[in-house]
Write a protein that binds this ligand. Structure first.
Ligand code: ATP
Length: 234
């Protein structure tokens, strides 16, 4: 579904990604793990078209999107749940969700998506008229995920969904990610919580200072001594 080939990305004179290749197949959850500053967010922002590609290519469903602008990438079916949620604080929950459907004009379908999102996140329905700024961190994460679902994406890019959440909520968010995947959405998940990420992913890639240093089945990586030492706190 997603194919990244020999991708390099620079911020001015700083090279953030060096010749990385990774792929995500239809139906998978693929995890991208690595420490602070490794280039995980840059990878997602490059796929979304927010950060320009210096070298290499990105294709989605066989179509080259290397130079496609962000709004068109969204319209192709890639939704981004950004780091730090980035909900619109002065908009209500409903309005935030509506923003997620900006690429769609099938009113009936959008109405159905609202129903689906509220079914998945009953707490959002309870708070639908509340301003997003007044939600808790976990609720804002749910809103960011709900907003992405309103686009009816085939691929969801999730950046650190567990960041700053209490352990119980982390568990809940990961259960929801698994459920979203089981209902047919492919997921590329960036996480510092390698333990949780490897537990729900089928495959994973490890980034270190802009390079992919390891890749493989999530279960194999979870058993790899290097990964255990560097990312699983052993
Ligand atoms: P984190 O989990 O802290 O977000 P990350 O793995 O997502 O880390 P990136 O945010 O992608 O890493 O950063 C990769 C590298 O690019 C880092 O060295 C970072 O300092 C640098 N970088 C990121 N954004 C910019 C920017 N806008 N301008 C200059 N350098 C940047």
């Amino acid at each position: 579904m997603l194919e990244i080939t020999n991708l390099s990305v620079n911020y001015g004179a700083i090279r953030a990604l060096t010749n990385i290749s990774l792929d995500v197949k239809t139906g998978e959850i693929v995890a991208l793990i690595g420490s602070n500053g490794a280039g995980k967010t840059t990878t997602l922002n490059t796929i979304s078209g927010i950060v320009p590609v210096a070298e290499g290519s990105i294709s989605f469903k066989g179509r080259n999107i290397t130079k496609t602008p962000p709004h068109q990438i969204a319209a192709l079916g890639i939704a981004h749940v950004p780091e730090g949620r980035r909900v619109f604080p002065r908009m209500s929950v409903m309005e935030n969700l509506e923003m997620g459907a900006f690429t769609r004009n099938d009113r009936e379908g959008v109405r159905a998506s609202f129903e689906e999102v509220f079914q998945r996140f009953p707490r959002l329905e309870e708070r639908k008229n509340q301003l997003a700024a007044t939600l808790s961190g976990g609720e804002q994460q749910m809103l960011a995920m709900g907003r992405a679902l309103m686009a009816k994406p085939t691929l969801m890019l999730m950046d650190e969904p567990s960041m700053g959440l209490a352990p119980m909520l982390v568990e809940e968010i990961f259960n929801i990610i698994r459920a979203i995947n089981q209902s047919g959405t492919t997921i590329l998940l960036v996480e510092q919580n390698a333990h949780m990420a490897l537990s729900i992913a089928s495959r994973a890639f490890v980034l270190e200072t802009g390079n992919i240093v390891l890749a493989g089945a999530a279960s194999e990586l979870a058993a790899n001594p290097e990964v255990r030492r560097a990312y699983l706190g052993e």
